[in-house]
Design a protein around this ligand. Structure first.
Ligand SMILES: Cc1cc2nc3c(=O)[nH]c(=O)nc-3n(C[C@H](O)[C@H](O)[C@H](O)COP(=O)(O)OP(=O)(O)OC[C@H]3O[C@@H](n4cnc5c(N)ncnc54)[C@H](O)[C@@H]3O)c2cc1C
Length: 603
């Protein structure tokens, strides 16, 4: 029997899924179908998660365009893209199950673009050997969310929207539920549930220039850590090569990789197609080293050596960064991405309609006539909650994680399109595992009124600091420090400075005060609460980045520019003990021999 708590609104479920992006919706559908009483809780309106913003497509080796494609090649590409730091078992399950998950979406009503033979069309993306992204123009995420949302609503799954979860509640060492507040009224509520699936997405808001929207403050990462779970490889943050740079109000907004997949090329201020100067040894064999060869590939996609613009994102982002630093940038501090001279206006409008409208409306640029100015933008976090590959169980009983908030799958660098497929594959697995965990429980955990009181006090603290600092000022300073000290190129002394600054910001965050006495419609208060997670996650990123003394994937150290084979054998694991974040090396799981042989074959 649960203890009564001081919060009057309480809900009982078997499984509570925090997050309504692709992974949360897929997890909730799976948990519900497995017989669990399931709820979805999300910070914004249902349908407004990051997933809806995904443009390019869902990576799955369906072989619709290239019959040679199969899960083994997809697995190999994913591991190579992640510089072999991926959890091999997750990469294997992902490659094996992604096609089935895409066909399932289609059965549930998703309308994909088609090939001439009427199969689901698949497009090229960086690091994928074959064209394998199932897509709907450049609005794939919208179709995916529409389909999953409709299915979840049809099944009658309860949804709590505009409701932020701030703490997980425990009974001893196991999950007992979650605590949160309604954003509109500010009133508190608790969920009693033996299993919680975290599907809260990314952390991009900790950086100044990001493609992420306001919701992505790393809440799930932080809540898992505070509850005793571990985070993996938080140093690996993906800076997508192509974000908008002008006008300032739209800086960071994403320009999909599909632009390069459709033939767009990168040039510097001298008009040079500079990516040929940045082909790393690792990808030399499969990358075209001159324009003629690269363009031949665009013409028939049969040439095995792909254009260097389609190298994995970490490589392209670093190259752009170097060109800008060398003074060969565009007028507003980017480089040029040119599709206008490569495709007809009709093609561009048909294949990239969102990009056409985005630039026309936000930048007054007609991309069918002129190049775009682009620069890297913080986009995705490869690091995340450490989970079991098969079940998505975190290190705390009853806690599961899926999607961007979980770690391991993408190693040190994610390939484009591999997130949407990850959401489907591991969302389903997380939901099923959570339901089966609850079904097997001999007794249900209880939430304690003391913990609920502590969560309430913590949430109300910003109201008891009259005359304190504005939370937005602290957030802005954090974003600036993360951008300049923990950004795309890192140095030991800058990371040490970042950690000192984060300590100072933590102190300042203790004393922020919120304007207005009420909790309803109070965005300053919401920011004050978000800050806690942002600071925790930022510290994890900076600590891990300082610890990893090599450059690999999304983590580039100016003082350790080489990839070090010894560092390729370990993950960095972060845990919180008595308020202190600790970091440890952990050996990578050993890949079985039959999978190892895939890397010996020459394709
Ligand atoms: C512009 C853009 C384009 C992209 N294009 C592609 C693409 O083409 N292909 C691809 O594979 N990937 C793409 N990505 C990446 C991909 O979209 C994301 O990684 C993915 O959608 C994350 O899904 P998710 O389910 O993990 O979380 P999200 O879709 O980010 O959803 C997170 C959910 O958690 C909720 N939430 C967060 N914190 C809380 C809290 N404290 N309490 C309650 N709810 C909370 C949010 O409200 C939201 O509902 C793109 C990303 C962006 C930003």
């Amino acid at each position: 029997m649960a203890e009564p708590t001081n919060v009057s609104e309480q809900h009982d479920y078997d499984v509570v899924v925090v997050g309504a992006g692709g992974s949360g919706l897929r997890a909730a559908i799976a948990a519900h179908e497995a017989g669990a009483r399931t709820a979805i809780v999300c910070k914004s309106l249902l349908g407004k998660a990051h997933t809806v913003m995904a443009e390019g497509g869902i990576a799955a080796a369906m072989g619709n365009v290239w019959p040679e494609d199969n899960w083994q090649v997809h697995f190999r590409d994913t591991m190579r893209g992640g510089k072999m730091l991926n959890n091999w078992r997750m990469a294997q399950l992902h490659a094996q199950e992604a096609p089935e998950r895409v066909w399932e979406l289609e059965e549930w009503g998703a309308l994909f673009d088609r090939t001439d033979e009427g199969k689901i069309s698949q497009r090229d993306f960086g690091g994928h050997r074959y064209a394998r992204l199932a897509h709907v123009g450049d609005r794939t995420g919208l179709e995916m969310i529409r389909t999953l949302q409709q299915r979840a609503v049809d099944l009658g799954i309860d949804v709590f929207m505009e409701c932020t979860v701030t703490r997980l509640l425990l009974d001893g060492q196991r999950v007992a539920g979650a605590f949160g507040y309604w954003r509109e009224t500010g009133s508190f509520l608790t969920f009693r549930a033996p299993a919680v699936v975290l599907a809260t997405g990314g952390i991009g808001k900790s950086f100044q220039v990001t493609s992420n929207s306001w919701e992505y403050t790393g809440d799930g990462h932080a809540m898992a850590l505070w509850a005793g779970a571990s985070l993996l490889n938080m140093e690996f943050v993906q800076f997508h090569p192509t974000g908008m740079v002008w006008p300032p109000s739209v800086k960071g907004i994403l320009i999909t990789e599909s632009v390069r997949g459709e033939g767009g090329v990168l040039r510097n201020s001298e008009g040079k197609r500079f990516m040929f100067d940045y082909i790393p040894e690792f990808f030399k064999a499969e990358t075209a080293d001159n324009e003629q060869e690269a363009d031949a590939w665009y013409a028939d996609h049969k040439n095995n050596r792909r254009p260097p613009e389609l190298l994995p994102r970490d490589e392209v982002a670093r190259a752009i960064n170097s060109e800008i630093k060398a003074g060969r940038g565009s007028p507003h501090g980017g480089v040029f991405l040119d599709i206008a001279s490569r495709r007809s206006a009709a093609d561009i409008k048909r294949r990239l309609p969102s990009m056409y409208h985005q630039f026309k409306e936000l930048g007054d640029v007609d991309i069918t006539k002129e190049p775009m100015e682009v620069a890297p933008t913080c986009h995705y976090v490869m690091g995340g909650i450490e989970v079991d590959a098969d079940t998505q169980a975190a290190k705390v009983s009853g806690l599961y994680a899926a999607g961007e908030v979980s770690g391991g799958m993408h190693g040190s660098n994610r390939l484009g399109g591999n997130s949407l497929s990850d959401l489907l594959v591991f969302g389903k697995r997380a939901g099923e595992s959570a339901a089966s965990y609850v079904a097997g429980l001999p007794s249900r955990p209880a939430i304690s009124s003391r913990d609920v009181q502590a969560a309430t006090d913590e949430a109300l603290a910003p109201f008891s600091n009259p005359g304190g600092e504005n939370p937005y000022a602290v957030m802005k300073d954090l974003q600036e420090h993360m951008q300049s000290l923990v950004g795309i190129i890192r140095k030991g002394e800058e990371l040490e400075l970042a950690l000192k600054e984060i300590d100072r910001l933590k102190e300042r965050a203790q004393h922020v005060s919120v304007k207005g006495s009420g909790r309803s419609y109070n965005p300053g208060w919401h920011t004050a609460l978000d800050l806690r997670a942002m600071l925790t996650v930022s510290e994890c990123i900076a600590r891990a980045a300082l610890e990893r003394k090599e450059s690999r994937g999304g983590h580039t150290r100016d003082d350790y520019p080489q990839t070090d084979p010894d560092w390729g054998k370990v993950n960095l694991v972060l845990r919180e003990r008595r308020g202190v974040i600790e970091i440890a090396k952990q050996p990578l799981p050993v890949m079985p021999d039959d999978l190892k042989t895939l890397f010996e074959e020459t394709h």
